[in-house]
Design a protein around this ligand. Sequence first.
Ligand code: IPM
Ligand code: MN
Length: 351
Amino acid sequence: MKLNIALLAGDGIGPEVINQAVKVSNAVAKKFNHEINWQPALTGAAAIDELGEPYPDSTHEICANSDAVLFGAIGDPKFDNDPSAKVRPEQGLLKMRQKLGLFANVRPTFTFPSLIDKSPLKRERIEGTDLIILRELTGGVYFGERGRKDSGNTAFDTMTYTRPEIQRLAKKGFEMAMSRSKRLCCVDKANVLESSRLWRETVQAMEKDYPEVDVSYEFVDAVAMRLVQWPSTYDVMITANLFGDILTDEASVISGSMGLMPSASVGSKVSLYEPIHGSYPQAAGKDIANPLATVLSAAMLFEDFKLKEEAQAIRDVVNKSLAESIVTEDLAEGEKAYKTSEVGDWLAKNL
Ligand code: IPM
Ligand code: MN
């Protein structure tokens, strides 16, 4: 297969982790006789510095005309501490999600057998966890009306959802549930929020089209608690943009490190693959960040192109590296910590 992949390294540790995913993907391509054509493009602070915009049109062109996008991370502290900054790197990510129509963010959480005892949660709580949070990504409070009133002394952000927005996300959730254990949990705050009541109403109306799926409805605050108490009781979860943002950070703790969890953002056409972690600016340029989340995001990319063996080969070599403790400092626990690039080299070599 020939794949044109847009390569958006972004900010902070983005370039370092992306490089390892490229190494591993190239090794897979070589082994299975595929051809990958990487198309680098600017995003985030790097794009602001060079072109004045975090997601320039030239980058969008490259992404929209590619088969898939592999993305590193976005964000730079020089903007975080300046509330008056007009352009921010994060706006680039939101614009990209919106312009590429990436309405569903697939964030799996699973445990690695060799890391179970590194999780801050007890083994008996997390063993067997294999869940997917399907986060709505182009609506809700991230994109609702916002502003200031009263001479700037009142601020508001609105959580708005339309029925079709909920339906298309829920449809993916039902389909995913059908291909897994046929359990779907709709996470909302319907005891308080009107938009959540529309979520519940919409999902309930769809239940009849998927009679085999067992649907449950839970409030997001209760889910935040149960997710760390009994994560293995969940399978596919669907939720609004902001709730999903929060719950997926929480869920990443289960696996032992935020540096491990991949994600895919999907919509109508081109999909985007990225680690769920941020740009970790303190580590930028030090060659210490964990590249596995990005490498596993590349595995999700191959999987979506029906290249299942290729995806499995990546997961297998990642498991092998963990079992043999070829890990970066976040997982080394006093033992030898490998550099980001060393982990990437090891994976490519042992694939
Ligand atoms: C994420 C990130 C982004 C989000 C930020 C960087 C805008 O936290 O992908 O989860 O909030 O969606
Ligand atoms: Mn987040």
